[in-house]
Write a protein that binds this ligand. Structure first.
Ligand SMILES: Nc1ncnc2c1ncn2[C@@H]1O[C@H](COP(=O)(O)OP(=O)(O)OP(=O)(O)O)[C@@H](O)[C@H]1O
Length: 258
């Protein structure tokens, strides 16, 4: 039997704050398989980012067990099992796009020739060939976000953790990036965990949609998408798509009522 890439069992997290403790995650059980595209959707403050940060070993659950590639999140971090894409592109304005992408590789001590080769490959993957010598501020918001995806891809981690990467972009740019991300996922076979507030985005992108309740964040529904891998944007007008979107909306509503 194949092992899940990410395996959460009874994950709980309570933040100790100066005021009252904040119960952010409650009894989270989830298995993510290799090559899955998983979206996490839920109301603001329900713990989506916290769950992603637990997977990335940026937070430590206070209960339950969590493994990434069969390792503890901390071991997985050291093994560079994932790349992380944040809400804001987070590129250094004084470094060119190329040099931004190289930064994690420099820290890891890659030889120059290999760094150059990798930068070229990932720029090509996100359709930014020819922009390596530009500075971030010379690029549009969507291009900057693509550059930040390229940076997360540069060291070939097989998991990509993405925290609302397109939330700040207008709808047209977001549609385009969604389409490109699906193609990239298809080409690379990566496992992607993607946080979003948008029902259409979650349904369009995912093989699995994880619906979460308001705080303390629990999983109220996991929807296995019946949509084909190949998804033109027009798929959003089909009855199948609308039905899944409806189920997500119902899940969000139920979460509010329990
Ligand atoms: N370091 C921390 N210390 C205390 N409380 C925290 C900390 N980090 C997050 N929280 C709280 O935990 C809860 C979950 O936060 P989280 O950022 O994971 O939610 P989210 O679902 O990602 O929200 P949004 O959609 O608004 O980004 C929130 O109530 C938040 O205030």
């Amino acid at each position: 039997m194949k092992k899940p890439v990410i395996d959460a069992s009874g994950v709980d997290l309570t933040f100790q704050t100066k005021d009252a403790p904040v119960h952010a995650l409650k009894d989270v059980n989830l298995q993510i398989d290799k090559g899955d595209f998983v979206s996490f959707i839920g109301p603001s403050g329900c713990g989506k980012t916290t769950l992603l940060r637990c997977i990335a070993a940026l937070e430590t659950p206070t209960g339950g067990s969590l493994t990434v590639n069969g390792l503890s999140p901390d071991e997985a971090r050291k093994a560079r099992s994932y790349g992380y894409v944040f809400q804001a592109a987070g590129l250094y304005p004084w470094r060119t796009i190329e040099k931004n992408i190289k930064l994690p590789l420099e820290i890891m001590g890659y030889p120059k020739a290999e760094m150059d080769e990798r930068v070229k490959r990932v720029l090509d993957l996100v359709d930014l060939s020819g922009f390596g010598k530009k500075f971030p501020w010379q690029l549009s918001g969507g291009m900057q976000q693509r550059a930040s995806i390229a940076r997360a891809l540069a060291f070939d981690a097989d998991i990509l953790l993405m925290d609302e990467p397109f939330g700040a972009l207008d709808e047209i740019v977001r549609d385009k990036l969604n389409e490109e991300l699906l193609k990239l996922w298809d080409r690379t076979g990566k496992t992607i965990c993607f946080v979003t507030h948008s029902i259409p985005e979650a349904v369009y992108l995912s093989t699995k949609i994880v619906v979460m309740s308001p705080r303390p964040g629990r999983i109220t529904d996991v929807i296995e998408s019946p949509l084909p891998r190949e998804r033109p944007l027009e798929i959003r007008d089909t009855p199948e798509f609308i039905e899944i979107a409806h189920r997500v909306r119902e899940g969000l509503r139920e979460g509010h009522n329990t």
